[in-house]
Design a protein around this ligand. Structure first.
Ligand code: FES
Length: 157
């Protein structure tokens, strides 16, 4: 269930922690496994991570459901993680999220018909001064406007 390549990557993280504390690498392991499996985690994958790190399944579930960077149902090729927390909300995130949903013809949590994009509302991403902002992959996009959203979406392939 976890590929050899993914295990190799996970092992580099496990090696950063004291012996017997491999469960400390659970977030990285979930991230690696999620990325390798189209951007979301099934219960089987979470179980596989628990088995690999020799930790209780419930502990993996707790981490996977606490943090917003894990997806529990299929997502588009690109996930627009749009912050709707206080700074971003005060600077117009709700209106921009609605604009994004309208433009893509999706609701938050859904995948665009072409499978390219899904939209997720998330809590603070720590870039409050740049709000309204979103994250796509490893990239942050700040001070968003409708025009900027158009440009970003045009750049997604
Ligand atoms: S409130 Fe949006 S990044 Fe902090």
């Amino acid at each position: 269930m976890i590929s050899d390549q993914a295990k190799k990557e996970i092992n580099t993280w496990v090696a950063k922690y004291p012996e017997g504390k491999q469960s400390s690498a659970v977030m990285q392991a979930l991230t690696i496994v999620q990325k390798e499996n189209g951007g979301s985690l099934t219960n089987e994958l979470k179980q596989a991570v628990a088995d690999y790190l020799e930790m209780p399944t419930i502990s993996v579930q707790e981490v996977a459901t606490f943090y917003e960077n894990y997806n529990h149902k299929p997502v588009g090729k690109h996930v627009v993680r749009f912050c709707h927390n206080i700074s971003c909300m005060l600077n117009g995130s709700d209106e921009l999220i609605s604009y994004l949903e309208e433009k893509l013809d999706v609701k938050t949590g859904e995948i665009s018909k072409d499978g390219l994009v899904s939209v997720k509302r998330v809590e603070c991403l720590g870039a409050c001064v740049g709000g309204p902002m979103c994250q796509i992959g490893d990239q942050y996009y700040e001070k968003l406007t409708k025009k900027r959203i158009d440009e970003i979406l045009d750049g997604l392939k």
